[in-house]
Design a protein around this ligand. Structure first.
Ligand SMILES: Cc1cc2nc3c(=O)[nH]c(=O)nc-3n(C[C@H](O)[C@H](O)[C@H](O)COP(=O)(O)O)c2cc1C
Length: 177
């Protein structure tokens, strides 16, 4: 399955969505990215897919939501990325990404992005108890060394919404069309 709407020449952003509760509001990030002139395609982890309204995301982006590898010989459903935003990023995906355990399309895409030199930013949604695990800090450090930009996923004091736009702030700005 390919592009559902009109093809544009805008820069293309992959939004990688993991299985955190806030993923139900990922539409906020997609809308904000489109307002910044990104064309957007979503790759969800298999667990993350359960938090998304895939039909609504596809209607908003014009592209199928990807989660599994395509079959050999099938066309590539999304253009190559100019940048990648990982939000929300789970404890699980952050640790697998840093360790190179590419057992989901989402993590495999992130692992390849390093080799391809694609600018990548991550907005973790990880509670304090999980964040205290020594593997997590080591994973973030490894990702930093790889050139990944890491946003603070903790909301502002007194604000209970997830700070989606911080991940976009860490990526190169697409030029206006
Ligand atoms: C309702 C619900 C909310 C969750 N929220 C989070 C979360 O905010 N952060 C997190 O790291 N894991 C969270 N989890 C656990 C992840 O879904 C679980 O670790 C999963 O294996 C992550 O898969 P993924 O990294 O491939 O998306 C949540 C699970 C459920 C059921």
């Amino acid at each position: 399955m390919g592009r559902l709407g009109a093809v544009t020449d805008k820069p293309f952003l992959y939004v990688v969505v993991c299985a955190a509760g806030v993923a139900v509001d990922a539409d906020e990030l997609i809308t904000a990215a489109q307002a910044r002139n990104w064309d957007v395609g979503v790759i969800a982890t298999p667990q993350g897919l359960g938090f998304l309204d895939a039909a609504a995301v596809e209607a908003r982006t014009g592209y199928p939501v990807r989660s599994a590898w395509r079959a050999p010989g099938d066309p590539r459903p999304l253009p190559d990325p100019d940048a990648i935003a990982v939000a929300p990023a789970t404890f699980n995906t952050v640790n697998k990404w840093a360790a190179g355990i590419a057992d989901t399309l989402a993590v495999a895409t992130l692992c390849e992005a390093y080799g391809a030199g694609v600018p990548t930013a991550v907005l973790p949604c990880v509670n304090d108890k999980l964040a205290a695990h020594p593997a997590y800090g080591a994973s973030l450090e490894r990702l930093r060394e790889m050139g990944v930009a890491i946003a603070d996923g903790r909301p502002e004091p007194g604000v209970d919404t997830f700070p989606w736009e911080r991940v976009l702030d860490l990526l190169p700005s697409p030029s206006p069309s």
